[in-house]
Design a protein around this ligand. Structure first.
Ligand code: FEO
Ligand code: CA
Ligand code: CA
Ligand code: CA
Length: 674
C-alpha cells in the first residue's frame, strides 16, 4: 500500500445474506462474502469534488480519453433521452412471442410450449478421450482432471462448420457436501476429496455436433476429439500486461512472476471477435488461508484464519502466511483460445485485479477494443478497458496482444434528479426515470498511472484500492456487463445489495435495501465504446411486478413476469436482452429462471420467462447461438442445500444432482425466443 493513500473509514457492519441466495451458495461460491462487512470501506467523495481532477486528467491523456460527442462539459447536462437517439444504428424488431414458463419449483428444466431441451454434458462426464467413466462414490483427483468439472457457469460457443462447434464452459466452484458422502469441512476432509474439488474447478472445451439440422447439439463421445481440453488449478497460465513480472507477483515457485498455475472461481465471460474466451476470476479469495492482516488483503476479503476449503492441506501455495504473493496472482481476466488445445492461457493484468464477474468486448468507432467488466461485490465498481491498438480481422497473433496495452477506467455515475427524490423505496423521481450521466475515470494506461501514490502495476494489482481514491460509484454488485451487438448500448446486471441502507440509495442504485436487483443501461457518448462520458438509465428494477418498487421500462406490469437477482446477460441477434438469475426470494415461490426482454421499441420492458431451472440451481450460461436456433444454459448447483445422504435435487438423472449444460431449441425449427 503506498504511504500516501489514506486509511479508510470503517462502515458499520450491516445486513446479511443477499437476496434469496441460499446459505450454501454463500458458503461455497463466495466464501460467505455477504456475512462479512462489505470490503469497500472507502469514503468516496461526491463527484463535484473530484470533477476538476478528472477533467485535468482527461486533458492530459491525449486521444485515448478525450470525450467524444457531447464535448468537454456538455455530457454533464446531456439527458439519456437525448443520448438515446442513435439514428444510424438499426433497431431490432422481432418481439419474443412465446408463452412464458410460469414460476415453479419443479426439479427440472422447463422450457416454453413448442420447445425441447437436452442435457449435453454433466459433472463427471468424460472430456478427454482417455477419461474414465464417472464413479460418484470413488472419485479421484486424477479422474476429475479429465472429466467435466463442477458448477458450470459461463458458456461460450464457436461454430467450426454448420454441424460442429466448440463449447467452452467455466467451472466456477464446488459444493462439497453434495459431492462427497460425509463431508463436513475442509479441515476434516479426506485429502483426495480436496484434490477432486480442486480438479473440478477451471474450465472445459468440448466438441459438439448438431443433431439432424435442428437447433439441438450433442456431445461427441467417440473418436479423436482433438479440441477437448480441461483447464484445472494445475494448468500453467502466462501472465501478460504491465504487471507481469512485478515483485508483488513473484513467488518461490515462480521467481519471475510470469507463470501461474490455474484460474479460480471463474464466473461469467465473453467471446472475442478473434475467437478467444475471456473469463473472470471472481471470488478467488476463499481458496486461501492465513492472509496477512493488511488492507491489501482485507479489501479483497482474504481470510486471515485457517478455515474454509483448506486447499493448503494439499498445496501449500494456498497458505498466504508462507506464500503471501500467491494471492496477487489471481483475480484477473483470463484469455483462453479454445481453438488451440495446446495454447497457454493468459492472465491479462491490464484489465485489473478484482472479483471479476466477466468481460465482454465491443469495437470502438475507430476499430479498437473496449472490454466492459463488473466487480461483483456489494458497493463495488464497474470498469472498462480500451485498447490502444486496433483489432485486425484475421490476424490472430496481433489480436492476442490487444488486451495488454490501453487504458483502464472505473465508472462514476451521477443522477439527474434531486437527491431528496431518491428515497430508497424505488419510487420514480418526478422526471419519471432513474437516469443520469457518467464518466469513465482513468486509472492507468500501460505506461502511466493516473492514481496518486500508485504505480501502473500497483493500480493493476490493487485495483480496488486505486479505484477507491478516484470517486468511483459504489454499485449493487455489478455482475455481467454486456454490450448489445445491435445498438452498442451496454447493459449491466446489478444482482442485489441487501446491505444498502435507505439513506445510501442513489439514482443509479435507487433502492435500499436492494433485495431484487436491477439492470443498468449505458449509452456511450457518440455511441462509441471509446467515449469517456456516457448517459445511463435503469430500464429494469426487478422483483414481483405487483410490488410498487419494480419498474419494467414503463411497460404495462400486468403483462410481464417476475424477475429477481439478474446475473448473467446475453443478447440474441435481434438485440433482445436475455437475463439469467441467481437466487429467488421465497416470496416469489419459484426456482431461478432465464428471461428475455426487448430493450428497444414499443415492447421495451415486456419481460418473458424462457426457462426455469431445477431445485436450488442458479441459471448460468446463457448463450444464444448466432443462427438463433439454440439457447445454451448451465444450471449450476442444483440441490445445493442437500447432502449426499439427503439430496434436495436429483436432476438431471434421478439419482444425485449434477451441474450440467443444457441446450434448448424450437421443435419447429423457428428462431429461439422469436
Ligand atoms: Fe459468480 Fe457474480 O456470480
Ligand atoms: Ca432522473
Ligand atoms: Ca454470476
Ligand atoms: Ca454474458
Amino acid at each position: 500500500m503506498p504511504e500516501s493513500a489514506p486509511r479508510r473509514r470503517l462502515l458499520p457492519l450491516i445486513g446479511g445474506v443477499g437476496g434469496g441466495r441460499s446459505a450454501k451458495t454463500c458458503l461455497y461460491r463466495c466464501g460467505n462474502a455477504c456475512f462479512h462487512p462489505a470490503p469497500n470501506k472507502s469514503d468516496n467523495p461526491y463527484f463535484g469534488d473530484i470533477f476538476q481532477g478528472v477533467l485535468s486528467r482527461r486533458t492530459a491523456l491525449k486521444g485515448a480519453v478525450v470525450g467524444s460527442g457531447a464535448g468537454a462539459l456538455g455530457w454533464a447536462a446531456m439527458s439519456p433521452a437525448a443520448a438515446d437517439r442513435n439514428p444510424d444504428r438499426p433497431h431490432p424488431s422481432p418481439r419474443p412471442t412465446f408463452k412464458s414458463v410460469l414460476p415453479n419449483t419443479r426439479d427440472e428444466v422447463s422450457v416454453p410450449e413448442g420447445y425441447d431441451h437436452h442435457v449435453i454434458i454433466r459433472w463427471g462426464d468424460p472430456v478427454l478421450p482417455d477419461a474414465p467413466e464417472f464413479d460418484f462414490a470413488n472419485q479421484t483427483g486424477e479422474a476429475q482432471a479429465r472429466q467435466f468439472g463442477y458448477n458450470c457457469d459461463y458458456v461460450g460457443f464457436f461454430t467450426l462448420d454448420d454441424d460442429h462447434g466448440l463449447l467452452w464452459v467455466n467451472h466456477e466452484y464446488t459444493n462439497e457436501e453434495i459431492m462427497f458422502a460425509g463431508y463436513t469441512d475442509g479441515a476434516a476432509a479426506d485429502p483426495e476429496w480436496i484434490r477432486v474439488a480442486m480438479a473440478a474447478h477451471g474450465g472445459s472445451v468440448v466438441e459438439l455436433e448438431r443433431v439432424d439440422g435442428t437447433g439441438q447439439w450433442r456431445l461427441i463421445t467417440e473418436g479423436e476429439r482433438s479440441f477437448n481440453r480441461r483447464i484445472t488449478p494445475e494448468t500453467a497460465f502466462r501472465v501478460a500486461g504491465p504487471a507481469a513480472g512485478h515483485a508483488l507477483l513473484r513467488t518461490e515457485a515462480d521467481p519471475e512472476g510470469v507463470r501461474v498455475l490455474g484460474m479460480l472461481n471463474n464466473c461469467a465471460g465473453g467471446m472475442t471477435p478473434w475467437g478467444t474466451i475471456l473469463s473472470g476470476e471472481e471470488n478467488f479469495n476463499q481458496y486461501f488461508v492465513g492472509a496477512p492482516d493488511t488492507e491489501e488483503y482485507a479489501r479483497y476479503g482474504f481470510p486471515t484464519d485457517y478455515s474454509g476449503r483448506r486447499w493448503d492441506r494439499v498445496d501449500e501455495r494456498f497458505d498466504l502466511a508462507r506464500h503471501p504473493n500467491e494471492a496477487h496472482r489471481f483475480g484477473y481476466i483470463v484469455e483462453i483460445d479454445p481453438h488451440d488445445p495446446d495454447s497457454t492461457p493468459v492472465k491479462r493484468t491490464m484489465l485489473g485485479r478484482f472479483k471479476h464477474e466477466g468481460a465482454n468486448v465491443n469495437l470502438t468507432e475507430d476499430g479498437r477494443v473496449a472490454a466492459y467488466m463488473g466487480d461483483d461485490e456489494r458497493f463495488d465498481y464497474l470498469y472498462k478497458f480500451v485498447s490502444d491498438k486496433k483489432y485486425v480481422e484475421g490476424s490472430h497473433k496481433h489480436n492476442m496482444t490487444l488486451l495488454d496495452t490501453g487504458t483502464l477506467y472505473v465508472a462514476h455515475l451521477e443522477g439527474n434528479s434531486p437527491a431528496e427524490e431518491i428515497d430508497g423505496t424505488g419510487t420514480l423521481p418526478s422526471d419519471g426515470e432513474f437516469d443520469g450521466t457518467g464518466a469513465w475515470i482513468p486509472l492507468c494506461s500501460d505506461t502511466e498511472s493516473f492514481v496518486a501514490g500508485f504505480s501502473v502495476a500497483e493500480v493493476l494489482i490493487h485495483t480496488r484500492l486505486a479505484a477507491d481514491t478516484v470517486g468511483a460509484t459504489k454499485m449493487d454488485r455489478p455482475e455481467d456487463v454486456e454490450p448489445s451487438p445491435v445498438t452498442g448500448k451496454v447493459y449491466c446486471a446489478l444482482t442485489n445489495n441487501s446491505s444498502r441502507e435507505p439513506g445510501q440509495a442513489d439514482e443509479p442504485n435507487p433502492r435500499g435495501p436492494n433485495k431484487f436487483g436491477h439492470v443498468l443501461e449505458i449509452i456511450e457518448d457518440g455511441a462509441d465504446s471509446a467515449a469517456t462520458t456516457f448517459a445511463w438509465i435503469v430500464p429494469l428494477v426487478c422483483g414481483d411486478p405487483e410490488d410498487d418498487s419494480t419498474y419494467y421500462a414503463g411497460y404495462d406490469k400486468s403483462k410481464v413476469m417476475p424477475v429477481s437477482a439478474p446475473d448473467n446477460l446475453a443478447f440474441d441477434k435481434h438485440g433482445n436482452l436475455w437475463i439469467s438469475t441467481d437466487g429467488q426470494p421465497s416470496s416469489l415461490e419459484t426456482n431461478d429462471a432465464l428471461h428475455v426482454m426487448p430493450v428497444e421499441g414499443r415492447f421495451r420492458g415486456e419481460l418473458r420467462t424462457f426457462a426455469t431451472v431445477p431445485v436450488e440451481a442458479e441459471t448460468c450460461g446463457p448463450l444464444i447461438t448466432e443462427d438463433q436456433k439454440t439457447v445454451f444454459l448451465a444450471p449450476q448447483h442444483p440441490g445445493e442445500n442437500g447432502t449426499v445422504e439427503q439430496p434436495t435435487s436429483v436432476w438431471p438423472d434421478g439419482d444425485f444432482p449434477r451441474p450440467s449444460v443444457v441446450c434448448a431449441w424450437h421443435k419447429g425449427g423457428r428462431d429461439v425466443g422469436a
